[in-house]
Write a protein that binds this ligand. Structure first.
Ligand SMILES: [Zn+2]
Ligand SMILES: [Zn+2]
Length: 385
C-alpha cells in the first residue's frame, strides 16, 4: 500500500487544516513530484486572508478548499512516458530522480493566446497550481504546501542546475516574473524609453517580489537601484543583496519628500524605471511622480483585485509620456533562463539571504503569519532537502 501524502489545506480565510490524501497513480501524460519546498508569495498572502478572490489572469477565481503553493521545487518521483518529453522545454526527456522547478501556470496550448502570444501564461483556459484548482476532487494534490504534488498534463518542468542550492532555486518563479518584465521594458534606442543597463530603477516595496526585481536589475546592469519600503529589515536585505539606496517610510513619511529624494538621487531627472511591487494600488500615483519624462512604470504587485486608485492622466501619464506596463505572470522559458542566471551569479550575489524563514507543512499558518510581517524576506515551506 502506498503511503498517504500530507498537505496544508486552506478551508476558509485564515484557516489551515493538515489533511492526508492517497498517493495518486499517474498516467502517460502526468507525473508526481516529491516536494523539497514551496515559497510563500504575495498572492498567497491575499488568498490566505481573503479566500475566494479574483486573481490577475483570465478567469481565475480561487476556489476553496485548496492546497496553496505555486512556487514549487521538488524531485520527480514518477513521470509518464509522454509527460517526460512534453513537459521539458530544454534538454532531453525528464527522468525519475531529477530535481525540477514546476511552472506555476498551466496553458492549454490550443486557444488564441497560446497560439499567438508565445510563452506567456495568458491562456484563455488558464489554470494554476496552488490557487485556482481546488483540492476537493482526486487526485487532490494541486499545490506545493504538501509532501507531494501531482503534475497535470500540459505542465512545464525545469531542471535545476546541479550546483544551485535549493534555497536559491526556490526563487525561480518570482525571478521569472522580474525577467519577463525587464524583457518587456527593454529599451527602444530611438525613443530612450524603457530599461537599459546603467539606468536608475526604483522598486516600490522590497518584499520577495521587489527583491527579485532588484536582483534582476542588478544582474542586468542597473546603474542605481533605489528601494522604497516601510520595513527596515527588508531595506537592509536590499542593500546587502543589491547595494540599493534606500528610502525608508519612517525616515521619509511624506510622499512629496520621497519623490524629492528620488529626484535628488537622479540629478533632478527622475527614475528611468519604477516598479510597483507592493500590491497596494495607492502607491501607483507616487511611483508615477518618481518617473522621469519618457520613463517606464511596471505594475507587478497588484495581482489581486482590490481597491481602485486615483492618478492624474494628464500630469502623470500624458505630460510625462509615461510608458505603463502591466505584468501578470512570466514567459515560461524565463524559468530556465533565471535558473541559469542565478547559477552563474551564485558566487557573487548571496541570493540565499532572501530566504529568512523555513517551516514544515504542518506549520503553514505560522509560516503565513511570518511572511505577512514586515520582518521577513522569502518564507519557505517544506523540508528543503
Ligand atoms: Zn508567486
Ligand atoms: Zn490556451
Amino acid at each position: 500500500m502506498k503511503e498517504d501524502v500530507k498537505a496544508a489545506v486552506l478551508t476558509a480565510p485564515k484557516k489551515f487544516e493538515t489533511r492526508t490524501f492517497p498517493t495518486p497513480e499517474i498516467t502517460r501524460e502526468t507525473g508526481l513530484v516529491r516536494m523539497l519546498g514551496a515559497g510563500i508569495c504575495g498572492t498567497d498572502k491575499h488568498v490566505f486572508t481573503m479566500g475566494e478572490i479574483r486573481l490577475g489572469l483570465p478567469g481565475d477565481i480561487v476556489r476553496l478548499p485548496i492546497i496553496m503553493g505555486h512556487e514549487n521545487l521538488g524531485i520527480i518521483e514518477a513521470i509518464g512516458s509522454e509527460a517526460a518529453k512534453a513537459m521539458v522545454l530544454e534538454g532531453p526527456p525528464l527522468e525519475v530522480g531529477e530535481r525540477v522547478y514546476i511552472a506555476a501556470d498551466i496553458r492549454c496550448g490550443q486557444c488564441y493566446n497560446c497560439r499567438n502570444i508565445y510563452g506567456f501564461p495568458w491562456c484563455l483556459n488558464h489554470t494554476s497550481y496552488g490557487d485556482v484548482i481546488s483540492c476537493d476532487k482526486p487526485p487532490h494534490l494541486f499545490g506545493g504546501y504538501a509532501d507531494k504534488m501531482y503534475i497535470l498534463e500540459h505542465s512545464d518542468l525545469f531542471r535545476v542546475p546541479r550546483n544551485l542550492p535549493n534555497e536559491i532555486a526556490l526563487l525561480a518563479e518570482q525571478m521569472a516574473v522580474a525577467y519577463g518584465s525587464f524583457g518587456r521594458a527593454a529599451q527602444s534606442p530611438i525613443t530612450k524609453e524603457g530599461y537599459a543597463p546603467g539606468d536608475t530603477v526604483v522598486i516600490q516595496g522590497v518584499g520577495p517580489l521587489g527583491l527579485c526585481n532588484a536582483l534582476m536589475a542588478r544582474m542586468m546592469g542597473a546603474g542605481k537601484i533605489i528601494a522604497v519600503d516601510k520595513s527596515e529589515f527588508r531595506l537592509r536585505i536590499a542593500t546587502e543583496l543589491c547595494s540599493a539606496e534606500t528610502i525608508s517610510l519612517s525616515e521619509y513619511p511624506k510622499l512629496s519628500d520621497r519623490v524629492s529624494r528620488v529626484n535628488a538621487l537622479t540629478d533632478g531627472i527622475g527614475a528611468d524605471v519604477v516598479i510597483e511591487c507592493t500590491g497596494d494600488s495607492n502607491v501607483i500615483s507616487e511611483g508615477l511622480e518618481m518617473l522621469r519624462i519618457g520613463g517606464t512604470y511596471l505594475v507587478e504587485g497588484a495581482f489581486v483585485e482590490d481597491v481602485d486608485t486615483r492618478i492624474s492622466p494628464s500630469r502623470q501619464i500624458l505630460a510625462k509620456n509615461a510608458r505603463i506596463i502591466g505584468v501578470s505572470g512570466m514567459p515560461h522559458p524565463a524559468y530556465g533562463r533565471v535558473l541559469k542566471m542565478m547559477d552563474s551569479y551564485r558566487n557573487i550575489i548571496p541570493f540565499e539571504k532572501m530566504i529568512t524563514h523555513r517551516f514544515d507543512v504542518e506549520e503553514a499558518a505560522e509560516a503565513m503569519k511570518v511572511s505577512i510581517s514586515p520582518d521577513s524576506g522569502k518564507v519557505a515551506l517544506g523540508s528543503m532537502r
